[in-house]
Design a protein around this ligand. Structure first.
Ligand code: NAG
Ligand code: NAG
Ligand code: NAG
Ligand code: NAG
Length: 961
């Protein structure tokens, strides 16, 4: 009976109690056997032993406050049960620190076997008659300090207080009734031992905000950050460093971290808990060793009694290589650091002392040179600053005592270009890389550079949720599931699906190119081919409309949080896209002598002005709570570094004098020509399967107005509109005519139709439109060629086959620039051979023939994380023998592989492989994935018709899907 109740309540409550990815222990409607916690008007006592950790009391006070936010009546932290006759209470405490918890354990009322002695674990249980006079209590017992703290914040999150209630203004979800289920919930230890964030590149936004609110990076500021981290179940922190000194700026900073339960670290360039700004000069181990030693010893002495993960090694000044350091002297540095750790901490060995050495930039070169690093030091592998992990533990490195970890970036200052304005992270990509890191046992430390923190709420939550517990993240589709849970927690069930879709789409749009890189010449999107520039702008517009509609459905309080985390990045991002895309279109229109060139110039100016309006809106929220958080310059980059101020791209205007060639101009897709003047272009061909609509643009090239008619030479081709007037400056300067074909009436086979655009005065422009009426066999399932190209999205395979070892190719939804990714699972599968590898088959139907067709394979810009097992795939047409490709050139650790810069700028590495002769008819393209970590996110078969564009042709028409 009890078991049934238990299962039913879990099902009914799973949507109510929102702790992302974690089982619920509370419900909000009366449930058999559940303990009522909230009671109108009386404060819920939260009992914490006087001897327990101060950090536990701190969290307990937050929980008491959270009950107030949710029910209107705050809880009350007390140290004893006396005077609480018959009340319902929460008892929170740490095994070995709380006499109350210890007595419940020894009397057999509390079962802690599942967590005792484990790292950061807790159990929560409803206990009857826990102490004299108390009928029932919800008991939260932690295995250690943070175990208890996480147990407490778990209740906060479940009752409806988001970890982001302060940092992103997520309103607490009001409730009148809260019940604890009669279940035992045990959680921990976390998947990753040390999980945290690095505040970096914090000028101007965060620093200006801190100055305005706290004067400097003081303990009041850090209390807010630490609380957020603990609510997000993180435990590790690298402080801001460019113009601050954590331990010096406020002498309360160090003790506060320790008291609240945060393990302090320092960045890769700041050894022994000292700040970069405290460095002795010259910062030179070879020539100034005694002073450097003293500097390190002093840092250790200062922080020795606080929980610290010691950063070892050293780099040069200001995030650069040290000119006098080599692999041998770096070993001396580390030996010295370990010797003072032992002497200062009074230990004979350092096996219980967390220490890390970060293989960042040039440091990789020392490791590559054979540098031996003590076994008890965690090796912290780095990404390339753009989200691609450079290296992971090799089989020979997985059994090191100190293990390994990952230093990752959501924000960066440096090559190829800074990105520090707003969120530019594709969550599915983060999942793919961190899942790989987890599987390859880089599980000791995950730390992520989060820039100013504030604009990166979403990727921070995602990263830390994975680090805490990877169990719900084993499937490639877990990102979407998580996004739904995240959106439900922050904004409620009503908008969750839409919000999750919107943010998954945002990830795809932004992984194409970061905002700061949008002006890198040549302009990335084609203003000519495939209507690419306009289509991309329309995608952003549709996304913003969707976000705006979701926003409109929310109450005023929730709208603020939604604006900060969803609507703002979408809206502000769309504006930057509009500025650059329409500036490029403006330039193309000027060449075509369109009078509307000036309208596009106005549009660019208006969008650019809108950017400042949206910034102001953000800064004005809640009476300026987040003023300065959007101070970052984001327009007008010319190299990797920030420009001094925003600047609008230049735009052209056009005079009003009619060119001699006539005031009515005609242009078509896939051609830059403007006729008369340029030779009339041939329209791209159409068949019943063509994925895009054909259009003709008719526009004013001078002042005045001009009537026109447009007539196809046959009746089964229709144009809409078939006549009109273009005029300038008043009236309609540009008219887009859509062509459609009534295929039932069209003759079979190839034909050419002439479409005449006839101005009232002047010569008609005659456009040829090639048609091809064909019928694809009904049983065909797959893609149809269009104008010499087949563009394939990975999810739409015809079939797939597992590998001999049970490995499979799997879809990562919403991955890459357009649709989805194809990856090899499991991530620990060994290198596959062609004979036994899993594969996916994509079928296509060719309409033309090509003697040397090519397959363009779009890959993520990932690295060969194991240099002796480089990323690899193979591709073959039909029964041809497969071509194996290792797309990423080998490189030495610390240097970037060939093609790296373009691949991270473009969000894709594109590799072309000849696939031989293709005849009209159906074909199969097989793709084998031969090494885990290889992710393909698009395939384009080029039969000679692929036009230059950034994303490639739009997805071809597919049948049978
Ligand atoms: C204690 O509480 C229970 C249930 O809330 C109630 O049935 C009982 O009468 C109370 N006892 C006293 C002494 O108030
Ligand atoms: C390291 O020192 C601890 C006590 O500080 C001791 O218990 C442990 O056995 C030592 N380990 C080794 C490998 O010497
Ligand atoms: C990771 O560590 C576990 C436990 O030590 C081990 O069983 C597994 O083989 C390791 N994985 C890899 C990829 O080395
Ligand atoms: C083509 O036009 C039709 C009818 O106007 C429209 O429904 C469809 O969305 C258009 N397709 C594209 C790719 O624009």
């Amino acid at each position: 009976m009890k078991l049934i109740v238990f299962i039913i309540s879990l099902i009914t409550c799973s949507r109510d109690a929102l702790a992302i990815g974690q089982p619920a222990s509370l419900v909000f409607t009366e449930t058999i056997g559940a303990l009522k916690l909230s009671d109108t008007g009386s404060a819920l006592p939260i009992i914490i032993d006087t001897k327990d950790w101060p950090g536990v009391v701190h969290a307990g006070n937050d929980l008491a406050n959270d009950f107030g936010l949710v029910t209107g009546t705050k809880g009350k932290v007390t140290t004893s049960t006396s005077g609480l006759s018959n009340a319902t209470v929460i008892i929170a405490g740490t095994i070995g620190k709380s006499s109350l918890i210890d007595s419940l354990v020894s009397s057999g009322k509390l079962e802690v076997a599942a967590i005792k002695g484990k790292w950061e674990s807790f159990t929560s249980q409803v206990v009857s008659d826990p102490v004299q006079g108390i009928q029932s209590a919800l008991v939260l017992a932690g295995s250690d300090k943070r175990g208890t703290i996480y147990a407490i914040y778990d209740i906060s999150e479940q009752i409806g207080v988001s970890p982001w209630y302060w940092w992103a203004n997520v309103p607490p979800k009001k409730k009148t009734n809260i019940y604890a289920l009669p279940i035992t919930k045990s959680q921990g230890p976390p998947t990753i031992k040390y999980r945290g964030i690095f505040l970096n590149d914090e000028q101007p936004a965060l620093t200006n905000w801190v100055r305005a609110n706290y004067g400097k990076y003081d303990s009041r500021f850090h209390a807010k950050v630490f609380e957020l981290l603990l609510r997000l179940r993180a435990n590790y922190f690298w402080p801001a460093m460019w113009d601050s000194k954590f331990y010096v700026d406020d002498s309360k900073n160090g003790p506060l971290a320790d008291e609240m339960g945060i393990v302090m670290g320092t960045s890769h360039t700041e050894p022994m808990a000292r700040a970069d700004k405290e460095k002795v000069k010259p910062w030179d181990w070879k020539n100034n060793q005694n002073n450097l030693k003293k500097y390190m010893q002093d840092g250790l002495t200062r922080a020795k009694s606080w929980e610290t993960l010691w950063t070892l090694g050293m780099r040069g000044d200001g995030d650069t290589a040290s000119p006098t350091l080599d692999a041998k002297s770096l070993v001396d540095v580390i030996n010295y650091q370990q010797s003072i750790l032992k002497s200062t901490l009074g230990l004979s060995n350092l096996s219980g002392v967390p220490q890390m050495w970060c293989v960042y930039k040039e440091v990789g070169g020392y490791y590559q040179a054979g540098m031996k690093i003590p076994d008890d030091v965690t090796i912290l592998w780095s990404d390339d600053n753009s989200g691609n992990i450079q290296r992971l533990p090799l089989p020979s490195e997985v059994n090191r005592e100190g293990g390994a970890g990952v230093y990752y970036h959501f924000d960066y200052v440096g090559d190829p270009r800074n990105y520090k304005w707003i969120n530019t992270i594709q969550l599915s990509k983060t999942w793919e890389q961190m899942h790989l890191a987890w599987q390859r046992n880089a599980t000791e430390i995950w730390i992520v550079n989060v820039g100013d923190l504030k604009p990166l709420e979403l990727p921070i939550s995602h990263f830390l949720d994975m680090a805490y517990n990877m169990a719900p993240f084993t499937s490639p589709s877990s990102t979407d599931t998580w996004l739904n849970a995240w959106a439900t927690r922050e904004f409620g069930l009503g908008v969750a699906t839409g919000t999750a879709e919107a943010m998954a789409t945002y990830g795809k749009l932004i992984v194409r190119r970061k905002y700061e890189l949008l002006n890198r010449a040549p302009f990335m999107l084609s203003t000519v081919n495939y209507d690419e520039a306009e289509n991309v702008l329309n995608e952003w517009g549709a996304l913003q409309n969707k976000a705006q509609a979701l926003y409109g459905a929310l109450d005023a309080e929730t709208q603020i949080a939604f604006f900060e985390m969803v609507l703002h990045p979408i809206m502000a991002g769309r504006i930057v896209q509009q500025v650059y895309i329409n500036a490029a279109r403006n330039s193309a229109y000027a060449t075509q002598k369109r009078m509307s060139t000036s309208k596009l110039a106005d549009d660019v100016r208006a969008a650019y002005a809108q950017d400042a309006v949206v910034q102001k809106r953000y800064h004005g929220l809640l009476n300026g709570k987040w003023n300065h958080m959007m101070d970052q310059v984001h327009f007008g980059y010319t190299n990797w570094q920030d420009p001094g101020s925003n600047s609008m791209p230049s735009v052209k205007t056009i005079g009003t004098t009619a060119p001699s060639a006539g005031i009515l101009g005609v242009s078509v897709q896939n051609s830059a020509a403007s006729t008369p003047g340029d030779t009339a272009p041939t329209l791209s061909g159409m068949d019943p399967y063509t994925p895009e609509n054909r259009t003709i643009d008719i526009y004013a090239r001078g002042s005045g107005s001009m009537e026109f008619t447009i007539t196809p030479s046959v009746s089964y081709v229709k144009v809409n509109p078939s006549s009109g007037t273009v005029s300038y400056p008043s009236g309609t300067s540009d008219i887009r005519v859509t062509i459609s074909v009534d295929w039932t009436s069209a003759p079979p086979g190839s034909s050419t139709v002439v479409i005449s655009v006839t101005p009232k005065t002047g010569t008609p422009v005659k456009l040829n439109l090639p048609l091809n009426k064909l019928v694809i066999p009904a049983e065909f399932k797959g893609y149809i060629e269009s104008n010499g190209a087949i563009a394939i999205e990975m999810q739409h395979f015809r079939s797939r086959t597992p590998g001999a070892d049970g490995s499979t190719v799997e879809i990562i939804p919403n991955y890459g620039r357009t649709h989805s990714g194809l990856t090899l699972m499991s991530s620990t599968a060994s290198t596959q051979t062609l004979a036994s590898a899993p594969k996916a088959i994509y079928s296509f139907y060719a309409l033309t023939s090509s003697s040397n067709a090519k397959a363009l394979v779009y890959l993520s810009p990932s690295f060969n994380v194991n240099p002796s097992a480089p990323l690899k795939y193979a591709i073959a047409l039909n029964q041809a023998s497969p071509t194996s490709v290792s797309p990423v050139p080998s490189t030495t650790l610390g240097t970037m592989p060939g093609g790296w810069s373009d691949s991270v700028v473009n969000g894709a590495r594109v590799v072309s492989t000849n696939i031989g002769k293709v005849d009209p008819g159906k074909h199969e393209l097989s793709l084998w994935l031969l090494e885990p970590g290889t992710v393909v996110h698009r395939l384009v078969v080029d039969l000679g018709g692929v036009q230059s564009s950034y994303l490639g042709p739009p997805e071809s028409t597919k049948l049978g899907f």
